[in-house]
Design a protein around this ligand. Sequence first.
Ligand SMILES: Cc1cc2nc3c(=O)[nH]c(=O)nc-3n(C[C@H](O)[C@H](O)[C@H](O)COP(=O)(O)O)c2cc1C
Length: 205
Amino acid sequence: MTTETPRGADRSFLFVLGSSRPDGNTEMLARAAAEQLPGDVPQRWVDLAGLALPDFQDGRHETDAWPVSEDEELLRQATLEATDIVIASPLYWYSLSAHTKRYLDYWSGWLAVPGLDFKRRMAGRTLWGVTVMSDHDEVVADGLATSLNHSAAYLRMHFGGVLFGNGSRPGQVKADERAMVRAKTFFDGEAPLARFPYEAGPAAR
Ligand SMILES: Cc1cc2nc3c(=O)[nH]c(=O)nc-3n(C[C@H](O)[C@H](O)[C@H](O)COP(=O)(O)O)c2cc1C
C-alpha cells in the first residue's frame, strides 16, 4: 500500500467546486492557492453544479450493478487520477454544501464497486479543503473540517487541512487579506496521514 504522497512532478490536483453559484468566493480562494502550484503540476477543475449528478442511490448491497452515468464516470476517473483532491465547498449550514456532500456520497458507491479497489487506491493520496463563509470566526466551520479529516482518515489519506476565507457577496473574499496571504502557501503545508481522534500516536508521514 502506498502511504506517501508524491511531492514533486508526480503530483496532479483535482479541484472539486461545490458552490451553487458560478464565480463564487470559494472558487476564487481555491484559485488563489492553485496559482502558487508549480506549472508542471497538472490541475483539473470540476464544477459539480455543472454536472448532471443525481442524488446518490445506495446500491452497495444490491446484486445487480447500477447504471453509471457519464458524469459519475467522469468524476470517478478524475478522482482516481489525482494525487491531491481539493474539496472547495462554501460553508452551508456549518457543513459541506449539498453538491459536495453528494460527491462524497458517491465515494461510498465506488468503495463497493467490485474490482475498482477504490479504498486501496485512494490510500496515501492527499485531501485538502477550501471554504468561504460569511461568519468571521472559522471555529464555526469545525463540522466541515471534521468531516473532511475523518473522510481522509477512513481512506487512509493524508489531510492538508482547510483554507478558510470570509465573504458573502461574490468577490468579497478578495478583501480577506489573511485568507489571501494564507492561500499563497496553503499547498506547501504539511499534510500528515489523517487520523481519527481515537487513533493513538503521532501521525505517520
Ligand atoms: C445555503 C447557504 C447556507 C449558508 N450557511 C452558512 C453558514 O452556516 N455559515 C456561514 O458563515 N455562512 C453561510 N452561508 C454563506 C456562504 O458561506 C457565503 O455566502 C459564501 O461566500 C458562499 O461561497 P461561494 O461564493 O463560493 O458560493 C450560507 C449560504 C448559503 C447560500
